[in-house]
Ligand binder design. Structure first.
Ligand code: GLU
Length: 413
């Protein structure tokens, strides 16, 4: 994170703008903002070398009016309760914008997974599950992968949870397909990013093919986005990860990037590319800049240097509130996280439904239904942007907040 502001502060500011445009009174804003429940846990772990380390873990369950709490679990040294609060509320808005019957949550463990052995990671995950099992479940709260976690971590949670409650695949999503995971879940966020970019192009009578894109972050989301955009004719001119970046103004050969990453654990040093640091990469001239890693990578210190036409938020909260204002003044469109990266949670929803039905759908069905969900949400947002001359973020927040508020009031509060 490059900014001192918390993700919660950024989110609160965006949410406040949307609620003001909706003419909500301050008490309604506060009511929708505050989380239902916050859980903090201490997880002592005996490491392989015999030493004892205590990790902090968090889960914020923001809102379950529209369905069980839903959201990722991240393993990263920057995980805090404060950021989890902002990200959990963001999830409630994301599920609401997608019109799927789920609420919002987020959590994590403040650990560096790269410094832990597989054995230690598994032990830590099982310990976390043992401590939180009463507060999660198919009708309560359904974790999923996020930064630093993957299908393997979900499998450990499912396994530990099932020891207590019996076979329960629907307790997590994003698990391995062999354990009840959904086809198409792993690439879902990246596919969703591409679908939203396609819709944006269509809405503005532009063609996506032939355009250039820069992607910061080459994990699950970044690499799948690159692959799918490339298959649509977009030239990916630069990608990066925490160890550096690769740049080729005529377009990267993604097979070479992937081969380099498999061999050396980074995209930096890929043949036929120039190396580039993350700061320079963010300032490259391109049609689409896609931050796909951590939050707050674009703040007031670098927003003035951005030379992309459009910013596509594949990560959660990559642009601070101050940066958003600067970019808006400069005429740079920002397509917001709750729309752009919602493909992940939409296919998580499909996975949960398949688990509850004890029946699985083919990948073609998943892709088609994902496309329908995203297109419907995008059309609503883009139509509001045109009609009300507001930002993409504000329109997305407004659609989501109205739906959430309506449900909240319908419960009889
Ligand atoms: N971690 C993803 C997100 O932030 C997916 C959440 C989920 O599938 O529950 O949207």
């Amino acid at each position: 994170m490059t900014s001192d502001t918390s993700i919660k502060k950024t989110h609160d500011a965006f949410f406040h703008t949307a609620c003001s445009e909706l003419d909500y009174k301050d008490d309604i804003f506060q009511l929708l903002l505050v989380a239902n429940r916050e859980i903090r846990l201490e997880l002592p772990l005996r490491k392989d070398d015999g030493s004892l380390v205590v990790y902090n873990a968090y889960r914020v369950q923001h809102n379950n009016t529209r369905g069980p709490y839903k959201g990722g679990l991240r393993y990263h040294p920057c995980v805090t309760m404060e950021d989890a609060r902002g990200l959990a509320c963001l999830m409630s808005l994301k599920t609401s914008l997608m019109d799927i019957p789920l609420g919002g949550a987020k959590g994590g463990i403040d650990c560096d997974p790269s410094s832990l052995s597989d054995r230690e990671l598994e032990k830590l995950t099982r310990k976390f599950t043992m401590k939180i099992h009463r507060n999660i479940g198919p009708n309560i709260d359904i974790p999923a992968p996020d930064i630093g976690t993957d299908a393997r971590v979900m499998a450990w949670i499912q396994n530990e949870y099932s020891k207590i409650y019996g076979h329960t695949p629907a307790v997590v999503t994003g698990k391995p397909v062999v354990l009840g995971g959904s086809e198409g879940r792993e690439e879902a966020t990246g596919r969703g990013v591409s679908i939203i970019m396609q819709e944006y192009s269509r809405h503005n009578a532009l063609s996506l093919a032939g355009k250039t894109a820069v992607i910061q972050g080459y994990g699950n989301v970044g690499s799948n986005t690159a692959r799918i955009l490339n298959s649509m004719g977009v030239h990916i001119i630069a990608v990066s990860d925490s160890r550096g970046g690769a740049f080729n103004p005529s377009g990267l050969d993604l097979e070479k990037v992937d081969a380099n990453r498999r061999k050396y654990g980074t995209v930096a040093g890929t043949e036929e590319t120039e190396s580039i640091d993350n700061k320079t990469l963010l300032a490259l001239v391109c049609d689409y800049l896609i931050p796909a890693a951590l939050g707050h990578v674009i703040d007031e210190t670098n927003a003035g240097e951005i030379r992309a036409g459009v910013i596509v938020e594949a990560a959660n909260s990559p642009v601070t509130h101050e940066a958003h204002e600067i970019l808006n003044d400069r005429g740079i469109h920002v397509l917001p996280d709750i729309l752009v990266n919602a493909g992940g949670v939409v296919v998580s929803y499909f996975e949960w439904v398949q688990n509850l039905q004890q029946f699985s759908w083919p990948v073609e069905t998943i892709q088609l239904r994902l496309q329908e969900k995203l297109q419907t949400a995008a059309k609503k947002v883009f139509t509001m942007v045109d009609a009300e001359k507001t930002t993409y973020r504000c329109a997305a927040y407004k659609v989501a907040t109205e739906r959430l508020k309506e449900a909240f009031f319908a419960t009889g509060f």
